[in-house]
Design a protein around this ligand. Structure first.
Ligand code: ADP
Ligand code: 5GP
Length: 196
């Protein structure tokens, strides 16, 4: 019998967190530490913010184009995260990255995370990043200085709703001291990727 080399199956790592919890900071660190990770770029009907570029943070589509692709079944999952604002994971994007043998990072809302877990089961790890408390989240959003008090209040209310989903995730990481959270994220992903 010739020796058969079996490639380990590529996996999916889904990050989810209330806005302001430090998700972007933690994703960036994990991707720096673990070069086998690659980011799945989602499609959205919201307009680009700041320096965002098409094909980098998102594929920016018109609402019409987004709906056409939803109807055509091009998304693994999609969600209207805010009224009139659609977000979705393109099947073509994830399939391409998995076929390249990469492990794929997804940044999804709570519903999207649950749907991906339903589809991929043990091939996917769902990570929920939590702020130490709602008060601390409010402090960080205020300190970030990008939102008005009204917007901050909306984000806090949504955070309370999203936090109620935390128990359903494979793993919860509290982002209190950043260095500790970064280390926990990296070691959790490493361990998951090393399982067959
Ligand atoms: P998200 O992507 O979840 O919206 P960010 O990564 O943008 O969050 O972080 C929100 C703000 O909080 C940023 O200004 C970031 O520098 C800061 N931040 C992230 N982690 C911590 C931490 N552990 N302690 C204090 N501030 C933090
Ligand atoms: P933002 O507009 O701040 O970039 O993202 C808003 C929310 O949409 C975040 O919670 C983000 O995780 C989520 N999101 C981004 N892409 C997708 C996606 O493809 N599917 C789902 N379900 N949520 C997404």
């Amino acid at each position: 019998m010739p020796h058969q080399h079996i490639e380990p199956m590529s996996k999916l790592i889904v990050f989810c967190a209330p806005s302001g919890s430090g998700k972007s900071t933690l994703i960036a660190h994990a991707m720096e530490q673990l070069p086998q990770l690659t980011f799945s770029v989602s499609a959205t009907s919201r307009p680009p913010r700041g320096q965002e570029q098409d094909g980098v943070e998102y594929y920016f589509l018109t609402s019409q184009e987004m709906r056409r692709r939803i109807d055509a079944g091009e998304f693994i999952e999609w969600c209207e995260v805010y009224p009139g604002r659609y977000y979705g994971t393109l099947r073509s994007e994830v399939d391409r990255l998995l076929a390249e043998g990469k492990d794929v990072v997804l940044d999804l809302d709570v519903i999207g995370a649950e749907n991906v877990k339903k589809i991929y089961g043990s091939q996917a790890l769902t990570l929920f990043i939590q702020p130490p408390s709602i008060e601390e989240l409010r402090r960080r959003l205020t300190a970030r200085g990008t939102d008005t008090p009204d917007v901050i209040q909306t984000r806090i209310e949504r955070a309370e709703y999203e936090l109620s989903f935390a128990p359903r995730f494979d793993c919860r990481i509290v982002n209190d001291k950043l260095a500790d959270a970064q280390q926990q994220v990296v070691s959790t992903i490493r361990q998951f990727l090393s399982q067959s």
